[in-house]
Design a protein around this ligand. Structure first.
Ligand code: TMP
Length: 210
């Protein structure tokens, strides 16, 4: 049995990741793959419990370092209970956010620093990275407008100033440049159909054996 593939989608608020995760999973199923569609923070029963009591709290409820450990605990649960078994049986796992979110949100935007994030992650899953990471990139203002239109959902960082969101975008683009083998940057300002088409093209290029 060949090992499956692990594809992650990343991006700031309002980039349309959830829609595209679903569309990519559906596309891969039409190619005859077993697909596990999942997300972080969450993706296993215990990790979803952590999401519930972490994410829906307002700004300042959690100390940023406590948040880092909550997120990493959820990640460990998700990997051990959902992702690793799926990959071991040859499934393709499509995941809405992964450790790059922690690198960007906690490491850079919250200011905990990359050294700390990397050292905690080494304890959780040493050396484990996605086979492909799709960065859904779009101007901050466009993302914020989309978020305002669907207000009321997970509100964790949405009230933060524009400068915070710009920092997230810049940090993601830096990561993509520094890990160019793993990342592909997708223009997420386009309509959902065009973005989905772009993603299937990129996935086809990356994994020729689809
Ligand atoms: P979502 O809206 O994509 O489900 O993500 C919810 C929030 O969780 C989003 O504001 C980003 C945040 N988050 C982190 O801060 N660090 C992480 O490691 C992950 C996975 C998410």
């Amino acid at each position: 049995m060949t090992q499956g593939k692990f594809i992650t989608l990343e991006g700031g608020e309002g980039a349309g990741k959830s829609t595209q995760v679903k569309r990519l999973a559906d596309f891969l199923r039409t190619k005859g793959r077993e697909v596990v569609q999942t997300r972080e923070v969450g993706g296993s029963p215990a990790a979803e419990e952590i999401r519930t009591f972490w994410l829906l709290k307002g700004e300042g409820h959690w100390d940023p370092l406590s948040e880092l450990f909550l997120i990493m605990a959820a990640r460990r649960e998700h990997l051990v209970k959902t992702v690793f078994p799926a990959l071991a049986r040859g499934a393709w796992v499509v995941c809405d956010r992964f450790v790059d979110s922690t690198r960007v949100y906690q490491g850079i935007a919250q200011g905990l620093g990359s050294t700390l994030v990397e050292s905690v992650y080494r304890g959780v899953a040493p050396g484990f990275e996605a086979d492909l990471t799709l960065l859904l990139d779009l101007p901050v203002e466009t993302g914020l407008e989309r978020m305002r239109a669907r207000r009321g959902q997970d509100d964790r960082y949405q009230q933060k100033p524009v400068a915070f969101h710009q920092k997230l975008r810049d940090a993601y683009l830096d990561l993509a440049r520094n890990h160019a083998q793993r990342f592909r940057v997708i223009d997420a300002a386009a309509d959902a159909d065009s973005v989905a088409l772009d993603i299937t093209r990129v996935v086809g290029e990356r994994f020729g054996d689809l």
